[in-house]
Write a protein that binds this ligand. Sequence first.
Ligand code: P71
Length: 461
Amino acid sequence: MHKLEKRAWAEPFKIKVVEPLRMTTREYRERALEEAGYNTFLLRSRDVYIDLLTDSGTNAMSDNQWAGMMLGDEAYAGSENYYHLEDKVRQYYGYKYLVPTHQGRGAEHLISQILIKPGDFVPGNMYFTTTRLHQELAGGTFVDVIIDEAHDPESLHPFKGNLDLGKLESLIQRVGANRISYVTAAATVNMAGGQPISMQNLRELRQLTAKHGIRVVLDATRAIENAWFIKQREAGYESHSMPDILLEMCSYTDACTMSGKKDLLVNIGGFLALNDTGIFEEARNLVVVYEGLHTYGGLAGRDLEAMARGIEEAVQEDHIRARVGQVEYVGERLLSIGIPIVVPIGGHAVFLDAKRFLPQIDQLQFPAQVLAAELYLESGIRTMERGIVSAGRDKVTGENVMPKLELVRLTFPRRVYTQAHCDVVTEAVEAVYDRRKKVRGLRMVYEPKYLRFFQTRFERL
Ligand code: P71
């Protein structure tokens, strides 16, 4: 007799409302994919079986959040729900002031416009597409100061999201502190594979930047997932509560940009939160130009309420254990059958390493884009390219940026899919892996100017 292995987690919810899934045939998908120009962003959602494109805005809300939506105070000015959200942001993130925005990039836009002067530099722990674009549109230049291990998909460093403070210090020496608008510190670095930053690194970043009078802006989009990794991996934090860890993380920064569509378990929403009164006044003024009045920032009262309630649910340990546990479950199954993925397994997604998966395909023939297309073809599962297409072109030379990481992201919406869905996903990846040697590359036939990955079209070679 074998003894059953004990599960470390199970979903801390049961299901009250269901949404049917639609299966398609391989022939159907072949046509759909061709019509979408081999770009998973251009597929219709109805043609997708399991949608792992993103964890952004795709979360299942709780009954308590839906109930809160009925309590939306849809006043143009001074909505009750704004004050509720302000309370929760103060309580859990610790910043004094709140400016709601329609989503994360709205907050990135505001802070970039306010703090970046043309010619400035904005160092950060690896680029994120929208963050970097807003910095560039404000006249800044992004500088990657993440540790080298982050660019190595096989490095087992427990905090691959850490900033390399040596790199930051030499940038400060080279250009001078007054030409650095601020440092962005992203919690669980998305493009590195959902990799966390350590508390120690944040603390040391604060010490270094304080010495030079440089601000730190936290990208708090997945900071709660980061807090969970600190609790799991960083000495001294095992018995700290999630809210305590989150508050300490934020305390080393001056402001945060937030896409509530991730950690905060909603379908839309975001905010800028900060401590400096002068910058708050500017942000509160600018938000009315681009988003809406400073108490709604492009959101309905009900959206603000759902986000306020989402914060409270997101910091619960049973929630975060099951959320990250589901991602780890898929990652470990893939590792056990020899599929090349980024390790350690990230917080929101499993990242296939397309360079090792499809070594016969040159990076200029878009191996990760190819792999995402093949996975859809195989199984109806939708994923996202995070490689050369996402990296875009150098803003000076116009050449393709050739990132070290050429990845396909299997991103898990929160509270949406079951463990059986997870098993179907691993089987589909295995099926593509078995026929990997027959897979060919793609060429670009249409390329838009901004954030090209959303709309680029390809043809098979
Ligand atoms: C994700 C997204 C959504 C997305 C954005 C751009 C291209 C493809 C997909 C959004 C983030 C994020 C981080 C760390 C800011 C934003 C912007 N991620 N920071 O991963 O991950 O937030 O989408 O609410 O504007 O699929 P926004």
